[in-house]
Design a protein around this ligand. Structure first.
Ligand code: BES
Ligand code: MN
Ligand code: ZN
Length: 505
């Protein structure tokens, strides 16, 4: 979709379709609504007075103007009650408005920005919310469909129109485009099936993003991983014919010498469970077990596009988890990069194995903080449901910041406890620790396992995105399938990044 910004007056602009917002039960029309009402024989007022439209959240109606009007159609969209309004309301409203037009094969829309002094958001934030919402809601993945491609409904262009063309407006649009592109990239990578999105393919994608954005890039291949001693990562990779990779992307703004924030993403391109094989039902969904890595790649692209003034290093282990004659087995003891020996109880707990070595490797960058994202446990879905990420870690301030960022982005994260006493049951009879405990508190025991590999003294947060990386039903901003969860969260966190207070680990 093309996004245009145009200075002008909506009453004299020729348009196929105009998106007009209205608050629920508001006596007064917003400024663009009033203007459009004025040139369409009071069409908006008449529809409201007739009781056909109140303005409830996402309530909408498509109106046809008289021939003499410069505007052909009005998509009147409800914003709900004024007092409940947030940026998320506007993102959702724009998404639904553009989808309604797309479904009717109207691929172009003009959206006049409300400039009312009482409108709850400034011009920049308004434009940002509209563009972001539109781009996220309209997302569709059609690359692999070959039949009846003419039936695919596309949306071509959104023109943001305003009487004043300000820097804030242009910045808001640019921010939204950068964030949406990162999210859509993550969604694409997650949606691609594992026979296409192999570790090799994803490592190449990560390299492309790094090259386009002026980041340093390093790829650790299996022989080098072996030399380094990444036994836990290699144990998972050894079952597959596809080679595994540890990719490192390093974004360093000019003159920024502070230690980096390190992002780690789980990149299991397909999780069969390995020798502890999963049941057949829903195993196809396990192509999305690299959603953590996709979120990190998408976030890195966005962070660079926004030129955020903080050094960010991404460490991403990519591999499949398959059973074979070479696969790692329950009972095996694996020597990890940290030096700790891990007794494998269940080969399906492979995410924590590859993350263990990635977390240890992060120490080389002397990070000021580490954040990992992983579709780590089914237990997290049992605990928090489908749309919420589990948030665990060793630093209250970092967790609070992540919660605040999620509040802004509309992504949902919720804290789970991580007392060291949870480690008791992870102790092994034959090695330093087991990779799995029983069924209780599965999301927490997975995180307490990871904690053993976090470099000493480094603030760390873990997001278990097993439930929220994939959307089964579809919502205003997230069509069915890959969500891109985490891209916005990380971007918003790093946008206002300041060093963490010391001593609260
Ligand atoms: N990738 C899965 C977790 C998962 C489940 C992600 C459902 C998304 C949706 C992970 O590797 C896994 O298999 N975890 C096991 C851990 C168990 C063996 C302790 C699980 O959750 O069953
Ligand atoms: Mn697994
Ligand atoms: Zn997995």
């Amino acid at each position: 979709m093309e996004i245009k910004i145009q200075k002008g007056d909506i009453t004299t602009t020729a348009a196929e379709a105009v998106v007009i917002f209205h608050f629920d039960q508001d006596d007064k029309l917003l400024e663009p609504a009033a203007a459009v009402n004025g040139v369409t024989e009071s069409m908006i007022n008449r529809v409201i007075e007739a009781g056909d439209f109140n303005g409830e959240h996402l309530e909408n109606v498509l109106l046809f103007a008289q021939d003499s009007a410069p505007i052909k159609r009005i998509l009147l969209m409800g914003l709900g009650k004024r007092e409940n309004f947030t940026a998320q309301t506007l993102r959702e409203a724009t998404a639904e408005a553009l989808k309604a037009l797309r479904d009717r094969r109207q691929p172009r829309a003009v959206l006049p920005i409300p400039l009312d002094s009482e409108f709850p958001l400034g011009v920049g934030e308004t434009a940002e919310a509209c563009v972001l919402g539109g781009m996220l809601g309209l997302y569709q993945f059609t690359e692999l469909v070959t039949k009846e491609r003419d039936k695919i409904k596309d949306f071509d262009s959104l023109t943001i129109i305003s009487r004043k063309k300000t820097k804030a407006l242009a910045n808001g649009v640019d921010r939204a485009k950068a964030v949406a592109a990162g999210i859509c990239l993550a969604r694409d990578l997650v949606t691609l099936p594992s026979n296409q999105a192999t570790p090799t393919f994803l490592a190449k994608k990560a390299e492309e993003v790094a090259a386009r954005s002026g980041m340093r890039f390093k790829l650790i291949r299996e022989p080098e991983a072996k030399k380094l001693g990444m036994g836990a990562f290699l144990a998972v990779a050894q079952g597959s014919e596809e080679p595994g990779f540890m990719a490192v992307l390093d974004y360093q703004p000019l003159g920024e010498e502070s230690p980096p924030v390190v992002l780690v993403g789980k990149g299991i391109t397909f999780d069969s469970g390995g020798i502890s094989i999963k049941p057949a039902k829903d195993m196809d969904k396990m192509k999305h077990d690299m959603a953590g890595s996709a979120a990190v790649i998408g976030a890195m692209q966005t962070i660079a596009a926004l030129k955020l003034p903080v050094r960010v290093v991404a460490i991403i282990p990519f591999t499949e988890n398959l059973p074979s004659g070479k696969a790692y087995k329950p009972g095996d003891v694996i020597h990890s990069l940290s030096g700790l020996n891990i007794e494998v109880i269940n080969t399906d707990a492979e995410g924590r194995m590859i993350l263990a070595d990635a977390l240890t490797y992060a120490d080389r960058y002397k990070p000021q903080a580490i954040i990992d994202l992983a579709t780590l446990t089914g237990a997290c879905i049992v605990a928090l449901g489908d749309n919420v990420a589990g948030l665990l870690g060793n630093n209250d301030e970092l967790q609070a910041r992540l919660q605040a960022a999620a509040e802004e982005s509309g992504e949902k994260v919720w804290p789970l406890p991580l007392w060291d006493s949870y480690f008791e049951s992870m102790k092994s009879e034959v090695a330093d620790l087991k990779n799995v405990d029983g069924r209780k508190a599965g999301a927490i025991t997975a995180a307490i396992f990871l904690k053993q590999f976090v470099p000493e003294g480094v603030p760390w947060a873990h997001l278990d995105i097993a439930g929220c990386a994939w959307e089964d039903k579809g919502s205003s901003l997230v069509p069915k399938g890959a969500t891109g969860m985490g891209v916005q969260l990380l971007t918003r966190l790093l946008q206002s990044w300041k060093p963490l207070k010391k001593d609260n680990i």
